[in-house]
Write a protein of this length. Structure first.
Ligand code: SF4
Ligand code: SF4
Length: 466
């Protein structure tokens, strides 16, 4: 009897049709330096041959019925609309009956015009707009080649996307300053940009470290935190404690107002984990290695964060992409995420949700001196401790068939109970009685104050809102 062929592991590729070329010059961008991987005067533009080969191979390699193409850069809109019309043409040509192709495009939004919007809407492309919050925070680092701020151009692009009914969401960099303004950033994205799916990525960069590449070291962080150990980070790198505070603060806003309306990628991933599902984002998975990056000429790399010569898997025009994805080197790359985890992480009570996060950020020492701890560890611990009771309650709600939105009512009831307890605890003898009788506290319930103000503080991280 013939044996069934082994099931193929799905893999994902982030594709850069124009390489690192961009019309902006964001100060924290880790990808602009990739120009140095190619010779001087190299033309960064995906040819029709590479595109054809990529589209056909990628479709053929995907075992599922939905095939996700992700276009990134650099700034992919610099390729022009006609390039993407050709993308769609090739996808239609190679996509077998019964399967569906979806496209997403990550853009800085500044070059979006009516023609782009018509194309994006007609082809149901999901657009990710890179925006770092209100003007001042966004323009801190997101400037063009002449240093001119980009906020107005981005918001003009967003307005056009809205006007044309294009599906879009947002990607926001958590840098030194956005991370210090959690509510300002969250409310801006929710209320002004009207994004209902928010992705945040932390910027963490060591000074002068580029694996396999020499690059000019940016100035060291002048406010380096005494308690932060390990190599110094760039001045725009997020601080670990701010990172944790950012997520806990926006979580509190979200869990009270926006569940079921606004989706924060990190919360969605962790809610899934709290429900017993595998991590849907590589950084929180036990291993990684299934999310690669492809340059304009077909060069395939282990990951978008590891586009360095030593992580170059090969070129898809020489070796089939499926073979490159299955190389032992790539398997090792993904397994190393688990195998290099320090003991401190292996014994951590939130390892199931964190898994040491991305190896790219693992460059500080554990308290007992073992190298390889994630720079963001303290922030993650704070965040996980904070969300735990809420996500336990939310997971129970969903498992019992109730809508996630019910958590907001439960939290509101707990908040009201806490506020009432606070009134009992803080009212003075001559204040109005917290019971609402209209009499002075001293002439009404003064003797009962200890029992009314006592008890566990519901709604705090230590106590579940369920
Ligand atoms: S190295 Fe980090 S970003 Fe890359 S695949 Fe692994 S976890 Fe994901
Ligand atoms: S929270 Fe810290 S110790 Fe725990 S798994 Fe994550 S990085 Fe490791």
């Amino acid at each position: 009897m013939d044996q069934a062929p082994p099931a193929r592991t799905p893999f994902h590729v982030m594709t850069k049709p124009i390489g690192p070329i961009c019309n902006l010059d964001c100060k924290y961008c880790y990808y602009l330096e990739k120009e140095a991987l190619y010779p001087p005067r190299h033309v960064f533009r995906m040819s029709d041959e590479v595109l054809d080969s990529y589209v056909s191979q990628y479709i053929a390699a995907q075992p599922g019925n939905e095939i996700e193409f992700a276009w990134q850069g650099g700034e992919p809109t610099l390729m022009g609309v006609d390039f993407f019309k050709r993308v769609v043409e090739l996808q239609q040509h190679y996509c077998p009956d019964g399967k569906q192709v979806n496209n997403s495009l990550q853009t800085n939004g500044t070059l979006i015009d009516d023609e782009w919007c018509e194309f994006l809407r007609e082809n149901d492309v999901l657009v990710g707009v890179s925006v770092d919050g209100p003007r001042e925070l966004h323009d801190r680092y997101r400037v063009d080649k002449g240093g001119k701020p980009s906020f107005d151009d981005v918001m003009r692009g967003v307005a056009l996307l809205k006007e044309h009914g294009v599906r879009y969401n947002t990607l926001t960099v958590l840098h030194r300053y956005t991370a210090q303004s959690p509510l300002e950033v969250y409310r801006f994205l929710r209320d002004e940009v009207e994004s209902d799916f928010l992705q945040f990525i932390p910027i963490v960069e060591r000074v002068g470290v580029g694996e396999g590449l020499l690059w000019l070291a940016p100035p060291p962080d002048p406010d380096a935190d005494a308690e932060e150990t390990g190599p110094p980070v760039t001045p725009w790198s997020v601080r670990s404690r701010d990172f944790g505070e950012f997520y806990t603060t926006i979580f509190d806003e979200w869990v009270r107002n926006d569940v079921g309306k606004v989706f924060v990628q990190t919360f969605e991933v962790h809610l899934g984990i709290w429900m017993g599902l595998p991590a849907s984002l590589c950084v929180f998975g036990e291993t990684c290695g299934n999310a690669m990056a492809m340059e304009h000429n077909g060069d395939l790399y282990s990951c978008d964060h590891y586009v360095y010569p030593e992580y170059h898997l090969g070129n898809i025009t020489d070796t089939p992409m499926e073979e490159l994805a299955a190389l032992p080197a790539q398997k090792k790359f993904g397994d190393d995420k688990r195998d290099a985890l320090p003991k401190y992480c292996r014994e951590c009570d939130v390892k199931f949700a964190c898994n040491g996060e991305c190896p790219k950020h693992r460059f500080i020492d554990t308290p007992d001196g073992e190298p390889g701890l994630n720079y963001l560890c303290a922030g993650y611990k704070r965040y996980f401790k904070h969300i735990d009771p809420y996500f336990k309650a939310l997971a129970n709600l969903l498992k019992s068939g109730r809508p996630a939105e019910d958590i907001m009512q439960m939290v509101a009831e707990r908040d009201a109970q806490m506020a009432q307890q606070d009134r009992w605890a803080t009212a003075g003898r001559n204040d109005d009685c917290p019971c609402g009788s209209g009499r002075k506290f001293k002439r009404c319930c003064w003797d009962k104050r200890a029992t009314r103000a006592g008890g566990p503080r519901a709604g705090t991280p230590e106590h579940s809102p369920s």
